[in-house]
Write a protein that binds this ligand. Structure first.
Ligand code: IPE
Ligand code: IPE
Ligand code: MG
Length: 237
């Protein structure tokens, strides 16, 4: 499989099903999140091998705050643990790490770690890894609109200049290639406020496999699904 030939550059994944994976085994949901972290590492490695340019992973939505306090705390702890533990490897693999989402709501400690990790890896030229944390597609669009209004008020931007391409630059995925393929594990067939603007023409792949069970072979199957699609972008062939 030659990724360049099939025009697959940006993959976005809704990593769903951790809780159910654990509950099926009579374990607490948090254990599913920990197991899910192992899948994250496998999928990142595979993406690098396959020379995918951009991988965007949905880790925590703006709606996930509505979960029990303890689960939210555990998720934050896992996030911090994962960053601390893996930042050296991330750098070694030449990954450029970006956290997309409203990091303002995170603890000072986590925020610091995020900034440091992004800074350390900012000049890396390999895989661009976006972790969507406290991310919501609607939040991102609103933030973009606010920034645009400010730019207009300051006189840096004219209303007539706001075209689709311009608007994209005010989103947290600014300057990235479009999302070619969205994968959602865990059986639900919905977007759950993930990239809204960016997926206008993405191919969508849903699988019942729970995220901790999602293997490299399953990932390949999703890529094969993508290869089998005829992308028309409104044209006829
Ligand atoms: C996805 O798994 C991870 C996050 C949303 C943080 P879930 O925790 O949603 O797992 P299920 O869907 O309840 O099984
Ligand atoms: C989507 O999963 C968010 C992440 C995977 C981070 P959810 O489990 O939160 O989505 P819903 O509630 O089933 O729509
Ligand atoms: Mg879920």
């Amino acid at each position: 499989m030659n990724i360049k030939k099939i025009n697959l550059h940006h993959i976005a994944i809704i990593m769903d099903g951790n809780g159910r994976w654990a509950q099926k085994r009579g374990k607490i949901r948090t254990l599913g999140h920990k197991e899910g972290f192992k899948t994250v590492k496998k999928i990142i490695k595979f993406s690098i091998e396959k020379k995918i340019k951009i991988l965007t992973l949905y880790a925590f939505s703006t709606e996930n705050w509505k979960r029990p306090r303890l689960e939210v705390i555990e998720l934050m702890n896992l996030f911090l643990f994962a960053l601390k533990k893996e930042i050296k490897n991330i750098n070694k693999y030449n990954i450029q790490l970006k956290i997309i989402g409203n990091v303002d709501s995170f603890s000072k400690n986590l925020k610091n770690y995020i900034y440091q990790s992004e800074k350390i890896t900012s000049n890396n030229t390999g895989l661009i890894l976006n972790i969507a944390a406290n991310y919501g597609g609607r939040w991102d669009i609103l933030e973009g609109i606010k920034k645009i209004i400010l730019a207009i008020e300051k006189g840096d931007l004219k209303v007539s200049q706001i075209k689709e391409k311009k608007f994209s630059q005010y989103l947290s995925t600014a300057n990235l290639l479009p999302v070619d393929l969205v994968i959602r594990t865990g059986g639900e067939k919905r977007i759950s406020n993930f990239l809204l603007w960016e997926i206008a023409y993405s191919e969508l792949y849903f699988t019942d496999i729970l995220w901790p069970d999602f293997s490299v072979l399953d990932f390949e199957e999703a890529i094969n699904f993508f290869i089998s699609r005829k992308r028309r972008f409104g044209k006829i062939r």
